[in-house]
Design a binder for this molecule. Structure first.
Ligand SMILES: C[S@@+](CC[C@H](N)C(=O)[O-])C[C@H]1O[C@@H](n2cnc3c(N)ncnc32)[C@H](O)[C@@H]1O
Length: 229
């Protein structure tokens, strides 16, 4: 049994994916052009822009969902279920689409905690509402502010899974902040993991990780990493 593909969550997610598509279509078209797919080159342009001032970049995107695809969401759920995760940290929660997938996995595995982080207070409030509508509010702690501050403390226990989906340039500093809390065999799943220093780090086994690029949403830089320490 899984609560992801059954009522009421399946309908809620369909509704959120529809809303997100409508909200983000103008941004997508401005970014890549109508009907075009996001390419590695588009992603690098965004990485460079974001590096100048990530807080300002995400302020201008406060109305955008920037969410995972349904396929990627299902993959997150499956990873958390396989891992029997009880503690998950998400960097970049936005309106809560990926968080719903992860919290569903916690519910279906018998409970746990998802710590989410979001810079924009309006998005964090919307994420809380969406998680409450999904009946998952008791499993989540959404922290508002910069993850470099909000994840500094209050992670009480070992982490089974990390979803990195915030400012592209902060994947490595956020991972390093979380390292003392990672269980052996924990999963670190990076959506839009394209920043070279991050990829060099997780792809070097001497740092205690094994890591491969995933074939999801080609060009978007999805990286699957396992903690081997
Ligand atoms: C790609 S979106 C996340 C999408 C979300 N995971 C989903 O699938 O619905 C990235 C989000 O990270 C947030 N963000 C960026 N930098 C952040 C930071 N330093 N701390 C916390 N949140 C951040 C942005 O405001 C934005 O909402």
């Amino acid at each position: 049994m899984d609560s992801l593909t059954t009522a009421p969550i399946v309908e809620l997610l369909e509704q959120l994916f529809r809303k997100a598509e409508a909200a983000d279509r103008p941004l997508h078209e401005a970014f890549v052009g109508e009907g075009e797919k996001i390419s590695a080159e588009h992603m690098r342009t965004f990485l460079d822009e974001e590096a100048k001032d990530y807080q300002a970049t995400y302020r201008t995107l406060a109305g955008n969902y920037l969410n995972v695809s349904p396929e990627f969401g299902k993959f997150l759920y499956m990873c958390a279920r396989t891992r029997k995760a009880t503690r998950i940290v998400e960097f970049g929660t936005s309106f809560g689409v990926s968080a719903i997938h992860l919290a569903c996995a916690l519910r279906d595995s018998g409970g746990g905690q998802l710590i989410g982080t979001e810079l924009e207070a309006t998005k964090a409030a919307a994420a809380r509402d969406n998680l409450a509508a999904a009946g998952l509010a008791d499993l989540v702690d959404i922290r508002v502010g910069d993850a470099l501050e909000t994840l500094k403390e209050g992670i009480s226990g070992d982490v089974d899974l990390v979803h990195l989906d915030g400012a592209f340039n902060l994947y490595l500093p956020v991972l390093k902040l979380l390292e003392p809390h990672l269980k052996a065999g924990a999963l670190v799943i990076g959506e839009n993991a394209i920043e070279p220093a991050y990829l060099d780090y997780v792809r070097d086994p001497r740092n205690g990780y094994l890591s491969v690029a995933m074939p999801f949403d080609a060009g978007r830089g999805n990286e699957f990493t396992v903690v081997t320490r």
